[in-house]
Design a protein around this ligand. Structure first.
Ligand code: FPP
Length: 231
């Protein structure tokens, strides 16, 4: 079976999962964080190189204050609980997005996990946090313009070079969205140019190792041509 090198997941459905059980939305996010642990370990075992998870979008600030507050606290709860296990499994934690807009405490716990795991060589578990794809592209253009101004670059940018200015410089092989919605919600717009997409009805808190394996099996049934012809 061919294993996709880079997999991105839009972790949707935490709120609905909780509502169905008569629980507060935050209970769905808490269970969703446990799913991050399960799917991170599974992806590492399967041999996926980079797993990018949409944990907090630039639009999520519009949610009620208590929910935003809880989402800011979750990384701390998550790493307290699971960092040891991630380290034992050689998993490297990274992030994509404008971390500096988060409370200092949230920034610290994420930075600590990144630093602690920086030499690990297994899965790169990348949390997209305060991430928005249009913003990422605009920031990339600003950085490039700055490089021109400082005469570090000429005005001769290629697509591959521009990609290096993005938070996520890799192409995505497989993009998964849980919980039935069929849209991208400003996630990795540049990087999905040739991705395979899978939309599953399973809400994120119920998405387990077998669900991931099923997605990879489906990915293997696709005929990826990158604009060319089948071989
Ligand atoms: C979408 O579900 C989910 C989010 C906006 C947040 C995802 C966050 C986590 C899974 C936990 C993050 C944890 C760490 C450690 C970074 P929703 O609330 O939009 O669900 P709904 O569409 O059913 O309301």
């Amino acid at each position: 079976m061919q294993i996709p090198s880079t997999v991105a997941i839009i972790m949707d459905g935490n709120g609905r999962w909780a509502k169905k059980r008569g629980l507060p939305r935050t209970a769905g996010h808490k269970k969703g964080a446990d799913t991050i642990r399960d799917i991170g370990l599974a992806a590492n075992d399967i041999g996926i190189k980079k797993l990018i998870l949409y944990a907090f979008s630039t639009e999520n600030w519009k949610r009620p204050e208590d929910e935003v507050g809880y989402l800011c606290k979750l990384p701390g709860i998550f790493f307290d609980r699971y960092m040891k296990e991630l380290m034992e499994n050689n998993i490297r934690v990274t992030f994509a997005g404008e971390l500096e807009k988060f409370p200092e405490e949230t920034q610290k716990v994420i930075q600590k996990a990144v630093n602690l795991s920086q030499n690990n060589t297994g899965l790169n578990l990348c949390l997209a946090i305060n991430y928005g794809s249009r913003r990422e592209i605009v920031l990339g253009i600003q950085k490039y313009a700055q490089d021109i101004k400082e005469q570090k670059r000429n005005n001769d940018l290629t697509e591959d070079e521009f990609q290096q200015y993005l938070f996520v410089p890799e192409d995505i092989d497989l993009m998964i969205r849980t919980s039935g919605e069929v849209r991208l919600s400003n996630f990795l717009l540049w990087q999905v140019a040739y991705s395979e997409f899978i939309f599953t009805p399973v809400p994120w808190p119920d998405f387990d190792r077998q669900c991931l394996i099923d997605c990879i099996k489906e990915y293997n049934e696709r005929d990826r041509r990158f604009g060319g012809l089948s071989s």
